[in-house]
Design a binder for this molecule. Structure first.
Ligand code: GLN
Length: 533
């Protein structure tokens, strides 16, 4: 018999209803009752991972400690649960097919015809089950990306259908999230799309146990009863998920709706311990009544889609609460800044963050923003490409190295202050070949970084190919920009600072991936503090 319980979350009617947030909220509530929980995302696209996807397509690519490039929902899982995820928490159709085809090439299928059922579905089931058993989780919540009825998600739906049959009704649970639209002309909430969506699930052999209904208006008990009757679920298993101002309120809402209690009852798990959400509520309170307010500019080239910078946005929310500060993040398109308008565009801005990114587009605007922060003593935070921009700007305008650049943007620059890492030379494949995941860094005492971290050895997550060129280290130091964080194994520069500036820190890694509600990132806390003072 399985010791781990498996919950499957599907979505219907429309995409973007917030399956990730509902899954993370339920996980939070179960964790707060003492259960060991993890969340997994199954993505129906054929890319092996989202690393090769343009951020405009799918938002940010979230990087795990073990160096997997994953869906941004894993960021929510970590921010809610305060527990790191791993490669195993994100499964894609591309990844599934890749392993099945590799097995076929090795001859593992002993001459059999390889088919969606059973070979693809078996591989999906293996990925779901191994996450639970390997790590001894009490509960694994598996979120199936997309909307039921999509061609792409059929093998996933079939795989989780089989799992109930294999593991038994007490060990598996289906939660279906749908939308109840409001027709303003008739002032009515409509349940028909939900009924149809459940019918599609039933056609695929799945009877949902719990329905979570996303709505803009309160659902009456009559409406809930009607949905329960037509969709064949218990009346108390029709849960309302009403729009709220922040995703961090959803666990509290779900607790009020008793989602966790119903889940525990259905899975025959103990319910006596009440979920303790005191720390969480404390964070919400601080966030709702901030003492200070600051405007911080995020300069990037994907600003039309804020999801492209999801983790940075959330890191500001977490660290803002610690500082009793509401951060008004102003997204500035790097292509829109030039020398003549920087003053106007950055007026009233108390801090500037230059975002991660790839390629040449918008790079000059980022250099102008970095210069503006340096010359006007405005707190500056450079993240990955942001650090590289600060270095290039300093080389050009302080060291007077004309046309200094990163070889990513200008392969023939006379002063390659940012250059391709040794281990990257000769790599031509794009997928999964960057420097990825967690690496150690030693932080120098007496620096802004040390003040923030309060410790010498740290570990941070990476996603890049280029690095600071150590050939120029001495020139930078003499001119006032110093390396304050170094990888002890490779000597790669991880953090650079200008000690004479109010707060000027650039990092080669991505601190935003490690920020959670209960563990806000020290550099974001310190940066915001500098913008308030
Ligand atoms: N494009 C830069 C590099 O590959 C920076 C990457 C990033 O910002 N994540 O080094």
């Amino acid at each position: 018999m399985s010791l781990t319980k498996y919950i499957f979350v599907t979505g219907g009617v429309a995409s973007s209803l917030g399956k990730g947030i509902i899954s993370a909220s339920l996980a939070k509530l179960l964790q707060a009752r003492g259960y060991k929980v993890t969340i997994q995302k199954l993505d129906p696209y054929i890319n092996v991972d989202p690393g090769t996807l343009n951020p405009y397509e799918h938002g940010e690519c979230f990087v795990t400690e073990d160096g997997a490039e994953t869906d941004l929902d894993l960021g929510h899982y970590e921010r809610f649960l305060n527990v790191p995820t791993s490669q195993a928490n994100n499964v894609t159709t591309g990844g599934i097919y890749q392993s099945v085809i590799n097995k076929e090439r090795r001859g593992d299928y002993l001459g059999k015809t390889v088919q969606v059922i059973p070979h693809i579905t078996d591989e999906i089931k293996r990925r779901i089950l191994s996450l639970g058993t390997k790590n001894k989780f009490d509960v694994v919540i598996t979120e199936i990306g997309g909307t039921v009825g999509d061609i792409e998600s059929l093998p996933y739906i079939e795989a989780v259908r089989q799992l109930k049959w294999e593991l038994g009704a007490n060990n598996t649970l289906y939660i279906h999230l749908t939308l109840v639209p409001y027709l303003s002309a008739t002032r009515e909430l409509k349940t028909k799309p939900t009924q149809h969506s459940v019918k599609v699930l039933l056609e695929n052999g799945i009877q949902p146990d719990i329905l979570v209904l996303r709505t803009e208006h309160e659902l009456t008990s009559d409406l809930r009863k009607k949905v329960a009757l037509f969709c064949n679920v218990d009346p108390n298993a029709v849960i309302q998920s009403i729009d709220v101002s922040t995703i961090y309120e959803v666990p509290i809402l779900m607790q009020k709706e008793k989602l966790d209690e119903i889940v525990l009852q259905k899975l025959k798990l103990e319910t006596q311990e009440k979920a303790d959400l005191d720390e969480w509520k404390n964070f919400l309170k601080k966030r709702q009544n901030p003492k200070y307010k600051v405007k911080i500019a995020l300069v990037g080239k994907y600003v039309e889609l804020p999801d492209a910078y999801k983790s940075i946005n959330e890191a500001f929310i977490h660290a803002g609460a610690v500082n009793n500060c509401g951060v008004d993040l102003i997204y500035i398109h790097s292509e829109s800044i030039d020398e003549n308008n920087a003053d106007i565009m950055l007026k009233g801005i108390k801090g500037i963050l230059i975002a991660p990114g790839f390629g040449d587009r918008g790079i000059e605007g980022k250099l102008i923003a970095a210069r503006y922060a340096r010359e006007n003593n405005i707190p500056f935070f450079g993240v990955c490409l942001g650090l590289q921009c600060a270095v290039v700007e300093f080389a050009r305008n302080v060291l007077k190295l004309d046309k200094a650049h990163s070889t990513e943007m200008s392969p023939k620059t006379p002063f390659p202050v940012i250059d391709l890492m040794e281990e990257q030379k000769g790599i031509s494949e794009k997928g999964g070949t960057m420097r990825l995941g967690s690496y150690p860094c030693n932080v120098k005492k007496g620096t802004k970084a040390y003040e923030a971290y309060q410790t010498h050895s740290i570990k941070e997550r990476h996603r890049h190919r280029y690095e600071f060129n150590n050939f120029y280290l001495d020139d930078f130091r003499k001119a006032g920009m110093i390396a304050t964080g170094i990888n002890p194994e490779t000597n790669l520069v991880e953090i650079m600072e200008i000690p004479d500036h109010k707060w000027f820190v650039g990092v080669q890694f991505h601190p935003e991936y490690r920020s959670t509600v209960l563990n806000p990132h020290p550099l974001f806390i310190s940066f915001i503090k500098a913008t308030i003072s």
